[in-house]
Design a protein around this ligand. Sequence first.
Ligand code: DC
Length: 260
Amino acid sequence: MRTVYRLKPSQGQIRVARWREHRYIPKMVLPTYKLTRFKNKIIAIDGPAGSGKSTTAKILAAKLGYRYLDTGAMYRALTWLALKNNVAPSDASKLKVLAEAIDIQFVTKEDANRVYINGEEITEEIRSPKVTQHVSEVSAHPGVRKVMVHQQQEMGKKGGVVAEGRDTTTVVFPEAHAKLYLDASVTTRAERRLVDLARMGISTTLEELVADIERRDKYDSERKHSPLRRAHDAYVVNTTNCTIEEQVDRILTILKTTFQ
Ligand code: DC
């Protein structure tokens, strides 16, 4: 697997980023931080679907000049490839072979995180309802997880990374320097997903999304291998009534305390 990260932090300073990508954040300049306390840390963010993990991780990574490791996107990319090649989401051995051969690249372009698989851009395709419907099953196979977790550990081992996904605090980086568990009510999570999908031109209903999130929560927390759970030493941040700015501010306060 080859990973390309274009957002490189400048020496000793956290990058000042313009973040226009996400709906919550209008055009604005993020503040500059000194890096010393934050140098080469691994920050892991866990939590259920729609809890704000991705948005938070992207903004934190940009603020800190870290790389953003979106582990869910890796399972989604594999699911997309499997569907494209008519590999059933239940076929553990073929999926493992695909996972071993997959070449996923993350490229930060114009402050947005783009996903490529074997050279082809699939940033939006991996968010389609079809991929979303099958990704839980694909990601539940232990053989698939073993390959993916190893790749994620390789990508993050040098630090300077915000790793996001539902086992990053427990399995991928149990020794992370800071662990965060984000949570929010099911309705809030479904509303956020609805807005995200609408931005991509995908139409669905709130009821469908609530049902989908409940189904995925149940599946992800009850599955045998790497179920969704809170690490005992993770900070729990409930984001139900938070704007993204408030959420990121709360997390930065936690990180400043943790790294002092
Ligand atoms: O965060 P997300 O919705 O993009 O994740 C897609 C799916 O991938 C989710 O249903 C569970 C799975 N996943 C996982 O099993 N382990 C991870 N570290 C990240 C995601």
